[in-house]
Design a protein around this ligand. Sequence first.
Ligand code: NAP
Ligand code: NAG
Length: 303
Amino acid sequence: LSSCGSRKTVQKGKLMDFTSTVIVPLLFGSLGIFALFRLLQWMRMRAYLQEAVVVITGATSGLGKELAHPALNCILLTLVYSQTHEPHPVVFDLSDTKSVVNAAEEILKALGHVDILINNAGISFRGTIVDTGLDVDKKVMETNYFGPIALTKALLPSMIKRRQGHIVAISSVQGKISIPFRSAYAASKHATQAFFDCLRAEVEQYDIEVTVVSPGYIQTNLSLNAVTADGSRYGVMDKSTAEGQTAAEVAQVVLNAVGQKKKEVLVAGLTPCLAVYLRNLCPRLFFTLMASRAKKERKVKGS
Ligand SMILES: NC(=O)c1ccc[n+]([C@@H]2O[C@H](COP(=O)([O-])OP(=O)(O)OC[C@H]3O[C@@H](n4cnc5c(N)ncnc54)[C@H](OP(=O)(O)O)[C@@H]3O)[C@@H](O)[C@H]2O)c1
Ligand SMILES: *[C@@H]1O[C@H](CO)[C@@H](O)[C@H](O)[C@H]1NC(C)=O
């Protein structure tokens, strides 16, 4: 028994030796290398974002305002910023293609080039399809889809020439799933997702990056500013929007995604993420859930 016990201590001693001479240094060594790697990554990201000429649409409020915040500015409708360049606000209407093209010209004239374009501005929609005039569908589509792609197309040739650039689209979880009474909005965001996925593939050969960001709910004025079936302002702060993530939180995720050159990022809670998977893996169940949601929302409105 005693010899057995002493052998055990010897083995234990050997094990301790092994732990202190091999495992511990290996662990700390790899932790150190990992930390160093992350630090370098972070420094590269900071340098990339700091020196870049960035164009953010919709910098007057909500997410756009927060995105512009790190560079200490926020002005008017659309903003061009960088810490080494003076902020340069450009006012234009995304639903008017001519004014978008003029704005792009003005931006290039003033700054020479654009490193990062963040297509953030957008408008939401609330209403039933049967009551909504086609002019409202067109307005949402023009603001959320045709405006951003017009701006992107206007700036793309100069990016291709420099073989450098990064284009970001702020889409939505509703670019991946459609929920009832949001038809025009969901359609515009699905179109956004499709367009920028194509673009990513087409411009990779010019070293241009494309990031599609799909947030869930963010605490902004988006639902207040939403357009309704008859074209009027919705003017209601939805509970889901009020309980969403803060614009500052989402802005941080967007800037990190840009710094790390991510292809796409879903910024949402568990339920929206599950809904996206359900839509793809079990569409019949998803459709049933959406139909009952539509019925429930109608009842609430009716009462
Ligand atoms: N809030 C959410 O729950 C949520 C969720 C997912 C995705 N998103 C997306 O996030 C982006 C930012 O929205 P937000 O939540 O920050 O809403 P927001 O506070 O209402 O801000 C929208 C911005 O877009 C600008 N804009 C609207 N129509 C425009 C037009 N025709 N031409 C030029 N600019 C226009 C607005 O400028 P003016 O105020 O000067 O008109 C404003 O700066 C949108 O693309 C939205 O779809 C939001
Ligand atoms: C929402 O709109 C109000 C009034 O226009 C404004 O004061 C506020 O800053 C806006 N909120 C956000 C998050 O942009």
